[in-house]
Write a protein that binds this ligand. Structure first.
Ligand code: UDP
Length: 240
């Protein structure tokens, strides 16, 4: 079931349900794409029709972040839970191991995808990572060709928003994969080049504050979070 949060149609699922859906898509007959819009991205979509359409046409739309969950609550259409892209990406790994699916990692600065692959293989010995490439390429067709040559079944696209969503959307017909997901800074997180917030901060829904302290240049972008919450409040007040 879809839940509309300011124009973005989220799948209202628990993590377990999202993983079951991921497994279904992985064994499906087309290149399905998963998006994980946080509040910043949803706010962007509010002002960018094309981006909003690309998000809504995805096969799975997961609410990444406490801001989206709060927005849905304000609009009185609560979501079951936050399903963070990085957690979805990690929780799908045992499924790839079980099904013998081949995973390709695309994105981040040169070397990061390889480092992330090493980390993943330390914990998932049966995982097959069939290729890696950094996210600073000129020729998209060349990248698509490499992914197809690697016979990937699953593809993590970590190019930041909206680049990663447009990449998946544009190439979904040519890419010979089954499941791809746009996952922002996930490879940095896995490789450890950008640390995730400590657990207590994640628990208190303060991951955004941690990122802001670590990367103050994100301030402008992060203002979209309160703007998003404000837009939800405005809509609710108008609706009543
Ligand atoms: N990135 C990339 N190619 C680009 C621009 C960005 O691979 O042309 C990577 C960047 O190195 C980073 C990720 O995309 O690893 C985006 O990270 P960010 O934290 O900005 O993503 P968010 O999840 O906040 O959108």
């Amino acid at each position: 079931m879809k839940t509309d949060v300011l124009g973005v149609q989220y799948d209202n699922l628990t993590m377990a349900e999202a993983l079951a859906r991921g497994r279904e898509l992985l064994t499906g007959d087309k290149a399905a794409y998963v998006v994980t819009p946080n509040a910043e991205m949803a706010y962007e979509a509010l002002h960018d029709e094309e981006f909003c359409r690309v998000l809504n046409e995805a096969d799975l739309v997961l609410p990444d972040g406490a801001g989206v969950v709060l927005g849905a609550k304000i609009l009185k259409t609560p979501l079951k839970q936050k399903v963070a892209g990085i957690e979805f990406a990690q929780n799908m790994l045992p499924v790839y191991e079980e099904l013998g699916s081949r995973l390709y990692l695309l994105g981040s600065k040169p070397g990061v995808a390889e480092q992330a692959a090493e980390k993943l293989l330390q914990e998932h010995s049966k995982l097959c990572i069939c290729g890696t490439a950094d996210g600073y390429f000129r020729d998209e067709d060349e990248v698509v060709r490499k992914i197809n040559e690697a016979n990937a079944d699953a593809l993590y696209v970590c190019l930041g928003a909206p680049k990663q969503e447009y990449f998946m959307y544009r190439h979904r017909e040519e890419l010979n994969v089954r499941l791809m997901a746009g996952l922002g800074g996930t490879l940095d997180g896995i490789a450890g080049t950008v640390k995730r917030a400590p657990r207590w901060m994640i628990r208190l829904q303060l991951e955004w504050l941690y990122r802001l302290i670590k990367e103050p240049r994100r301030f402008g972008r992060m203002l979209r979070l309160p703007k998003f919450v404000f837009a939800a409040l405005k809509k609710r007040m108008k609706g009543e």
